[in-house]
Design a protein around this ligand. Structure first.
Ligand SMILES: Nc1nc2c(c(=O)[nH]1)N[C@H]1C(S)=C(S)[C@@H](COP(=O)(O)OP(=O)(O)OC[C@H]3O[C@@H](n4cnc5c(=O)[nH]c(N)nc54)[C@H](O)[C@@H]3O)O[C@H]1N2
Ligand SMILES: Nc1nc2c(c(=O)[nH]1)N[C@H]1C(S)=C(S)[C@@H](COP(=O)(O)OP(=O)(O)OC[C@H]3O[C@@H](n4cnc5c(=O)[nH]c(N)nc54)[C@H](O)[C@@H]3O)O[C@H]1N2
Ligand SMILES: [Mo]
Length: 761
C-alpha cells in the first residue's frame, strides 16, 4: 500500500539545481502565493504576522522551536512560519455537510493534501459504523464516550496518550496529570521520533536533557558547527544567526551529506536594505559531506586530531577544565588513540584532510557551539553520536561559558516544553514525588509506552484506547500499513485536531474528532482571555496570546478538552478541572509547585521576554551519577551499507510541515511538481542502469529480514555521497520497519534505512 500524500500534481516534474541565496525574494514570492491560495484576507494575514513572536502581546509562531530575537521583536519571522500561520488561519471550513457528503471509506482514498486542504474543523464528530460517516456529537456526549470507555478498561495501561509538540505548557501539564491520575505513564510523543536520542545523550553526559546555550551564545561564538539540519527550510530564523555570525568573522562549518541552502548564502527577509539591493550574506565557511551515519566517525577524528596535537601543544586541550569537571577522560583518550585514521576515513566517508580542516577551525576557536538536528538523532547510534559531540566539546572546555556548548535544534514549537511539563513515559521518581505532593495524586511508578511500543501494543490488543493530542500519528509514525492496522484494532481513537488528516480516516472501532482552537485564536474563558506558555529550543519560556476570532464558535481550547475528558473519566477526581479552565493562572500556580524551574511562574512568564529555565550544566553543575560531565567511550559503529545496498535518509521538503504538505515543490533543492522521488549519487545510478528522472523501485530490508517496497519513484541525480540516498517523509515511512528502532533511544531509524534501488520493472 502506497499512501498518496502530496497533492495530485498537474505540471511536469522538474529538477533544476538552485543557485540563489536562501530566503530573500524567492521566499517573499512563495509566501504571497500561499496566502492567496488559503484565502487569507490581505489585511488579516499581515496583521496577524506582525503580531507573531511579539513579546507580551503576540502569539508564538506555531512553526519551529527556534528562539525569538533577544533584542525584542522586529519582525523576526520567516517564510515557513508565515505559511504555517496562514495554514491555520485559512478561511476554508470542514463542517457537518462535508462529512455527510463523504463516507470515511471514500475519504480514505483521498490524498493527505486534499484532506487537510478542506480547512478547519468546526465541531466534534463521531464515527457512525452503520453509515460509515462521521456525524455530529455534542461535546458532552463526546466526553462521556471517552470517560465511559476509559473507565471500562480493566487496566489504565490499556490507554495511551500521544502528544504532538504544538501543545502549550498548561494543556500539557493537565494532560499528563489526567493520564497519571488515571494510572498510566503511557505518554508517547513526537519527540520519541525526533530528539529522544539528544535527551538521552545529554542526560547521560551532562545530567540535563537539553542544550546549554542561548541565542546570546550564538552571537558570541567563534565557531559554529551545524550538523544534520536543513535550516533554510526547517529552522529558517537560524539563517539570521548564521549571516550575522559570518559578518562578524565567525567560522561556520556545515556537516551534511547534502549541501543544503543554509550552507551557502542568504538574504534575510526582514533586512529591508539587503532585500532591496539583493545583497546576500554567506552563511558558511566550510562544508563537509560525510556519508549518512558518518558523523560520529568525523567527531571521533576531530577528537583524535586534537589529542594528537596536544602532545606538542598543551593548549590544544583544556586540561584544567577536564580535571576539574569531567570524568572518563583517560578511557576516551585511549579509545581515540586506538581508532585508526583509516577507519575514521572509511566510516565518515571523508578524507583525513577534510577531518583536519574541521579540526583546525575547532582548535583555533576560543568558543565553539555544536548544533544538530535529525540528521544525527534518527540513527541506531544517535545517542552515541550526540555523546561524541559532548566529548569533543569537553576536550576544550566548551561548556558553561559564553559562546560555547551543545545546541540541539528542536522541532515543533513546544516539543521541549512538553517534556519539561511532564510528557515523559520514563518519568523520574523525583518528578513523580513532586507531582504527587503538588496535585494530591498517587501517580503510577512503572514506566509507560513510547511511540514505537504504543504501536506494538495497539497491534497486539494490549492498548485499546488511543488519544492523539494534536499531530497526525497514522502518517508520522514508521511502518505505515502496520501503524494503520494498529490504530484500526483500537476500541476507541480520539484525535484532538485543527484540521482533517489521515489519523481521522484510519481509526478505531469507535472514533472521535475533537476540534480545538489554534494558537492564533482568542481563548475566552470565564475569567477572560487566556494565554498559554511555550518553551523554545533554548529553554526560554514565554506567553502566547491568540488574537483572531476562532474558526468556529463550537471549538474548545485544548486545556478545556482535556479537562472535559478528565472529568468524565475521573468523576471522583479531587483535581479542580473546571476551576483550572476558568483561569489558566491557576494551572500555572500548580505548575510552579510541581515543576522544577517554574518557581514564581505567573510573574516570571509575564516579563517582556519571559524567563529562561535554569540549566545546571550551564553553571557547571552536573546532575550525573559522578557529579561530573561524563566522557563516553563507545566504539565506532559500522555504518557502511553492504554492497548493492544504499543508506536512505527520509527528510522534509521545503514546502511541508511534517505530514502537512503545502505543495509538490522543494525550491532549494531545485524540485518542482514532484514528491515521489529519490535523490541518488550519479555513480550509484550509472552502476544500476538508472537514467536521470527515470522510475525506480525501492526495497528496504529490515533488521528481521522483512522487506518493504515503494515503486515507481523518480531517481534524481544529486550531489550526495556514494552509497547514500534521500527522499521525503512521510511517504517513505512505508519503508521504515517498526522493529527498526535504536536500541539506545527506542527512536525509529528514519535516516539510515537500508534499501536497494533498481530501475522499475
Ligand atoms: N518548515 C518546516 N519546519 C520544520 C518542520 C517541517 O516539517 N517544516 N519540522 C519541524 C520538526 S518536528 C523537526 S524535528 C525539525 C526537523 O528539521 P531537520 O532535522 O532539518 O529535518 P529533516 O528534513 O529530516 O532534515 C534532516 C537533515 O539531515 C540531513 N541528514 C540526513 N542524514 C544525515 C546524516 O547521517 N548526517 C548528517 N550530518 N546529516 C544528515 C539531511 O540531508 C537534511 O538536511 O524541523 C522543524 N521545523
Ligand atoms: N520517515 C520519517 N518519519 C518522521 C520523521 C522523519 O524525519 N522521517 N520525523 C518525525 C518527527 S521529527 C516528528 S516531530 C513527527 C511529527 O509528528 P506529528 O507531530 O504527529 O505530526 P504533524 O504532521 O506535525 O501534525 C499535523 C497535524 O496536527 C494538527 N494540528 C495542527 N495544529 C494544531 C494545534 O494547534 N492543536 C492541535 N491539537 N492539533 C493541531 C493538525 O490536525 C495537523 O493535521 O514525525 C516523525 N516522522
Ligand atoms: Mo520533530
Amino acid at each position: 500500500m502506497e499512501p498518496r500524500v502530496g497533492p495530485d500534481l498537474q505540471g511536469k516534474a522538474e529538477f533544476r539545481p538552485y543557485h540563489h541565496p536562501a530566503a530573500g525574494w524567492g521566499a517573499a514570492k512563495s509566501v504571497s502565493r500561499f496566502m492567496a491560495r488559503e484565502g487569507a484576507l490581505p489585511v488579516d494575514g499581515p496583521r496577524a504576522i506582525m503580531k507573531m513572536n511579539h513579546e507580551r502581546t503576540g502569539f508564538d509562531c506555531p512553526g519551529c522551536a527556534w528562539p525569538d530575537d533577544t533584542k525584542g521583536l522586529h519582525l523576526d519571522i520567516c517564510e515557513n512560519g508565515i505559511k504555517h500561520v496562514t495554514w491555520e488561519m485559512t478561511r476554508k471550513r470542514v463542517g457537518r455537510e462535508f462529512f455527510s457528503t463523504h463516507s470515511v471509506t471514500e475519504l480514505a482514498g483521498w490524498t493527505d493534501y486534499d484532506l487537510e486542504d478542506q480547512g478547519r474543523l468546526t465541531e466534534p464528530m463521531t464515527y457512525d459504523p452503520d453509515t460509515d460517516h462521521y456525524v455530529p456529537i455534542s461535546w458532552k456526549d463526546a466526553f462521556d464516550l471517552v470517560g465511559r470507555t476509559l473507565r471500562e478498561l480493566d487496566d489504565p495501561n490499556r490507554a495511551s496518550f500521544y502528544t504532538s509538540g504544538r501543545l502549550g505548557n498548561e494543556a500539557t501539564f493537565l494532560y499528563q496529570l489526567m493520564a497519571r491520575e488515571l494510572g498510566t505513564n503511557n505518554l508517547p510523543d513526537c519527540s520519541n521520533m525526533c530528539h529522544e536520542a539528544s535527551g538521552r545523550a545529554l542526560q547521560a553526559s551532562l545530567g540535563t536533557g537539553k542544550g546549554t546555550v542561548d541565542l546570546k551564545d550564538w552571537e558570541t561564538a567563534d565557531a559554529l558547527f551545524i550538523f544534520g539540519v536543513n535550516a533554510a527550510s526547517n529552522a529558517p530564523r537560524m539563517l539570521t544567526a548564521l549571516a550575522e555570525a559570518h559578518k562578524r568573522g565567525a567560522q561556520i562549518v556545515h556537516v551534511n551529506p547534502l549541501v543544503e541552502a543554509a550552507a551557502t548564502r542568504t538574504i534575510i527577509p526582514h533586512d529591508f536594505k539587503d532585500m532591496a539591493t539583493f545583497h546576500a550574506t554567506k552563511t558558511s565557511t566550510l562544508n563537509l559531506q560525510p556519508r549518512i551515519g558518518g558523523d560520529m566517525a568525523l567527531l571521533r577524528g576531530m577528537a583524535k586530531a586534537v589529542l594528537e596535537r596536544s602532545v606538542t601543544d598543551p593548549k590544544a586541550l583544556d586540561q584544567e577544565f577536564i580535571d576539574r569537571h569531567a570524568t572518563g577522560f583517560e578511557e576516551y583518550r585511549a579509545l581515540c588513540e586506538a581508532t585508526p585514521w583509516e577507519v575514521i576515513e572509511r566510516q565518515s566517508g571523508l578524507s583525513r584532510d577534510d577531518v583536519l580542516k574541521a579540526t583546525r577551525v575547532y582548535e583555533e576557536a576560543d568558543r565553539s557551539i555544536v548544533s544538530w538536528c535529525l540528521g544525527l538523532t534518527q540513527h541506531e547510534h544517535g545517542v552515541d553520536t550526540v555523546r561524541e559531540i559532548v566529548n569533543l566539546l569537553l576536550l576544550r572546555g566548551n561548556l558553561g561559558r559564553e559562546g560555547a556548548g551543545p545546541s540541539p535544534v528542536r522541532g515543533h514549537s513546544n516539543v521541549q516544553g512538553n517534556r519539561t511539563c511532564g510528557i515523559d513515559h520514563r518519568p523520574t521518581e523525583e518528578f513523580l514525588d513532586r507531582l504527587a505532593e503538588a496535585c494530591g495524586i498517587d501517580p503510577p511508578r512503572a514506566h509507560g509506552l513510547d511511540t514505537v511500543h504504543t504501536i506494538k501494543a495497539m497491534h497486539s490488543g494490549d492498548v485499546k484506547v488511543f488519544v492523539g493530542m494534536g499531530g497526525n500519528f497514522a502518517l508520522a509514525a514508521p511502518d505505515t500499513p502496520y501503524t494503520y492496522a494498529a490504530l484500526e484494532r483500537c476500541e476507541l481513537t480520539v484525535q484532538v485536531s485543527t484540521k482533517l488528516n489521515r489519523s481521522h480516516v484510519v481509526h478505531g472501532r469507535r472514533a472521535l474528532i475533537l476540534p480545538c482552537l489554534g494558537r492564533t485564536e482568542k481563548d475566552h474563558q470565564r475569567k477572560g482571555i487566556q494565554s498559554t506558555s511555550v518553551e523554545d529550543s533554548m529553554s526560554m519560556v514565554h506567553l502566547s496570546i491568540g488574537m483572531k476570532r476562532p474558526a468556529s464558535p463550537h471549538l474548545l481550547s485544548e486545556p478545556a478538552i482535556i479537562a472535559g475528558m478528565a472529568r468524565a473519566a475521573l468523576p471522583d477526581s479531587k483535581t479542580p478541572w473546571e476551576w483550572y479552565i476558568e483561569d489558566y493562572d491557576r494551572i500555572r500556580d500548580t505548575m510552579a509547585k510541581a515543576l522544577d524551574g517554574f518557581e514564581d511562574f505567573n510573574r516570571r512568564v509575564r516579563l517582556p521576554l519571559g524567563f529562561r529555565i535554569k540549566q545546571p550544566a550551564r553553571e557547571l553543575v552536573f546532575l550525573t551519577p559522578s557529579g561530573r560531565a561524563e566522557f563516553s567511550a563507545a566504539a565506532l559503529p559500522d555504518v557502511i551499507p553492504a554492497s548493492d545496498t544504499l543508506a536512505l535518509g527520509t527528510m522534509r521538503s521545503h514546502d511541508q510541515w511534517n505530514t502537512t504538505i503545502y505543495s509538490g515543490n522543494d525550491r532549494y533543492r531545485g524540485i518542482k511538481n514532484l514528491r515521489t522521488l529519490v535523490f541518488m549519487n550519479r555513480a550509484d545510478m550509472r552502476e544500476r542502469g538508472i537514467a536521470d528522472m527515470s522510475p525506480v523501485d525501492i526495497m528496504s530490508v529490515a533488521k528481521d529480514g522483512s522487506r518493504r517496497h515503494l515503486d515507481g519513484y523518480l531517481a534524481v541525480p544529486y550531489d550526495i555521497p556514494r552509497g547514500c540516498a534521500a527522499g521525503y517523509m512521510p511517504e517513505m515511512n512505508v519503508l521504515c520497519a517498526l522493529g527498526d528502532y535504536s536500541t539506545q533511544s527506542d527512536q525509529p531509524i528514519m535516516k539510515h534505512v537500508k534499501v536497494t534501488i533498481r530501475p522499475s520493472s
